[in-house]
Design a protein around this ligand. Structure first.
Ligand SMILES: [Ca+2]
Length: 219
């Protein structure tokens, strides 16, 4: 089983086609049509949903240093609901926006309310106009105290909606674990700076949606 999954992930790295057989764990509100996320054009089989009752909050984790762990106060006014409302940033007020030329990103703590096998974390971003995200890291934990890296975005992006005319908007970025990790808590760090927080890559952090993917522990 593990070997098969490794082969599948290796194939996905070479050929960016849909095929992650994971269920949605983050209770994003189901929407359809343009700018919906997760949608049928996602890399995930998003019709598979496990309702978890997940809750979310922006956090500031000072132990993680200036980069990882900080949240721009400008972002707090939007609330985490925008990251799980089922829409990317293409329509209405469905994204979060950091301060223009701001120095801080966004850290989101997701509590799945129970332990699941977490396989991946994805985000729907815009990446043009000097706005979007340049760093995307996910960590997982069973107890909410000790976190380990699930992975980091490698910079590859997939256009989420095939009808999208701008290849740098409505894109999906994915962090996938080598093998599913038991976890109740998922910490997501997004920034428009580089990972070391020494250089600002984009002018403003803009994130439309986040989703967590995995399966029941018993399967
Ligand atoms: Ca949204």
């Amino acid at each position: 089983m593990k070997m098969n999954r490794t082969i599948i992930l290796a194939a996905c790295a070479l050929i960016p086609v849909s095929g992650f057989a994971a269920s949605l764990l983050s209770d994003n509100l189901p929407k359809s049509g343009n700018a919906s996320y997760p949608g049928t054009t996602s890399q995930f089989e998003s019709e598979e949903v496990i309702t978890t009752g997940a809750v979310y909050e922006f956090i500031v984790d000072e132990t993680a240093g200036k980069g990882m762990g900080n949240t721009d106060p400008e972002i707090l006014k939007f609330g985490t609901d925008r990251l799980f409302d089922g829409y990317n940033e293409r329509v209405g007020n469905t994204a979060i926006y950091g301060a223009w030329h701001g120095s801080l990103g966004a850290t989101i703590l997701i509590d799945l309310q129970d332990t699941y096998l977490v396989e991946a974390v994805s985000a729907s971003l815009r990446t043009n106009g000097r706005r979007g995200a340049s760093t995307f890291v996910a960590q997982v934990s069973e107890d909410g105290e000790t976190f380990t890296n699930l992975g980091e975005w490698d910079g590859e992006q997939t256009v989420l909606d095939e009808s999208e005319e701008d290849p740098k908007r409505n894109v999906e970025v994915v962090i996938a674990a080598d093998s599913p990790v038991p976890a109740r808590y998922v910490k997501v760090y997004l920034s428009h700076w580089d990972k070391e927080h020494t250089k600002r890559i984009l002018n403003q952090l803009v994130v439309g949606e986040i989703a967590v993917w995995g399966d029941e522990m018993s399967r």
